[in-house]
Design a binder for this molecule. Structure first.
Ligand SMILES: [Zn+2]
Length: 143
């Protein structure tokens, strides 16, 4: 089961507000058997060559983030990545295949939807609807 500190929702909205590229961040927290508690979110860098359609976080970067987490008394739990505004909010088939950490999630800034999924590639664990991230794009005005 995944539990989380509600403050992570605001942190995600702040860290992952760009709707034009896929962004990434890292969940850190505590592990107790099959229970995971997400305490906080650390910013990370999408190292993919094509940040409009995919994300990649190298083992080197994960290693550095693990050290950062340990310094704060936490453990690295997994990666959250965003989907662009015109892409579905739910995890893709590729996500199920690629995301194999303890806690994986997709955040869809345009709708504010955060979806946790597990690492066996099937089960959606939980979806949380947060406030959509307000984004102002050049040439678009909000009514
Ligand atoms: Zn995805």
């Amino acid at each position: 089961m995944i539990r989380y500190n509600p403050k992570i929702l605001r942190r995600l909205s702040r860290l992952l507000s760009d709707v034009q590229i896929e962004q990434v961040a890292v969940f850190i927290g505590q592990i107790d058997g099959n229970d995971f508690y997400v305490e906080d979110v650390l910013s990370a860098v999408n190292e993919s060559c094509d940040t409009c359609t995919s994300f990649f976080v190298s083992n080197h970067q994960i290693g550095q983030l693990m050290i950062k987490a340990q310094r704060r008394g936490s453990m690295f739990l997994g990666i959250v990545h965003t989907h662009l505004r015109h892409h579905p909010a739910a995890p893709s088939q590729a996500d199920f295949g690629n995301c194999k950490h303890a806690v994986n999630a997709v955040f869809h800034p345009s709708s504010g939807r955060l979806t946790f999924f597990d690492n066996n590639g099937v089960t959606l664990i939980q979806t949380i609807d947060t406030a959509p991230v307000r984004v102002f794009l050049p040439g678009l005005s909000s009514a």
